[in-house]
Design a protein around this ligand. Structure first.
Ligand SMILES: [Fe+2]
Length: 292
């Protein structure tokens, strides 16, 4: 299926759009050969939710036409554009001083933050300065520091669905998804702002997205099914969409260490991945209304 005009990507990277790829769509996790996690004490094949869809692995460069649809030019808004670039060199230097590389798990990462209070103070100051330059005069707030095992097909999982004291191999990954909360509908997710995710690890990571807004996805679905009768909402729209449009392409880009991406994750299907990595993935997330 051909790409539609929708969410675009704006790259401030020196390599431009070289790190961007396209594929032929998605399939159920059951139809894919899944990568195994083999890191420290962890040796398992990740589990997925029943209706999880993953991008197919036939990645290729975008052709001229696709590139023209994906590349952002003017009219870059928080809800219709994904931005990517490097954080300032000064900030990179401060993060390097924390020595996060070689961390085995999130607890070790957090311990390194606790062990370096002065560096963390500088990091906070410089981070606030940097974020103010991309915050579009709107408030923003820290969301989390996340760590993901290497070689994970997809990183998002809904831990509220798990039993108390669940173990890592018991996690069930949800596949490509839209974020959203109970306070949003598919018609309001474009007003929800976006997030900035900064790669603090020492290996690249992957960001996948579908270049359609929730309203576009809903409109496409309404041509196939009765969306009212099927009660399509922010919680089930991804399963409906990937069931009916398995050949709508996914875009992937490689996020190098110290690169950020800004994405309206309530308003598009997406997920991260650490496929091919050998070290812990560490990233830092702020919520706000960012743009470059
Ligand atoms: Fe997400």
């Amino acid at each position: 299926m051909r790409l539609k005009q929708g969410i675009r990507l704006y790259s401030l990277l020196p390599e431009g759009y070289d790190a961007v790829f396209i594929n032929s769509g998605t399939s159920s996790y059951k139809e894919q050969t899944l990568a195994k996690v083999d890191f420290q004490d962890w040796h398992f094949t990740p589990l997925f939710e029943e209706d999880a869809y993953l991008p197919k692995k036939d990645w290729r460069k975008m052709n001229t036409q696709e590139s023209a649809i994906i590349r952002a030019k003017t009219d870059r808004k928080d809800h219709n554009t994904i931005f990517t670039g490097y954080i300032p060199a000064e900030l990179q230097y401060i993060i390097r001083r924390l020595g996060l590389e070689q961390s085995k798990n999130r607890e070790e990462v957090m311990q390194k933050f606790r062990d370096h209070p002065e560096t963390v103070q500088q990091l906070n100051t410089k981070m606030q300065e940097f974020l103010s330059t991309v915050a579009d005069n709107k408030p923003f707030h820290f969301h989390c520091i996340a760590a993901n095992l290497p070689n994970l097909e997809m990183v998002a999982c809904d831990i509220t669905r798990l039993r108390e004291n669940f173990t890592v191999p018991e996690k069930r990954y949800i596949g490509l998804h839209n974020d959203g909360t109970q306070f949003m509908t598919l018609h309001t997710t474009h007003k929800a702002g976006n997030r900035i995710t900064i790669n603090l690890g020492n290996q690249s990571r992957i960001f996948y997205f579908v270049n359609l807004t929730m309203i576009q996805a809903l409109n496409m679905l309404s041509e196939k099914i009765d969306v009212k009768e099927q009660q399509v909402n922010i919680y089930n729209v991804s399963a409906h969409f990937f069931k009916h449009f398995p050949d709508y392409p996914v875009i992937k880009f490689i996020q190098q260490p110290y690169q950020f991406y800004i994405a309206p994750t309530d308003n598009c299907f997406h997920d991260g991945s650490t496929l091919g990595n050998t070290a812990l993935d560490i990233n830092m997330v702020y919520f706000g209304t960012f743009r470059c």
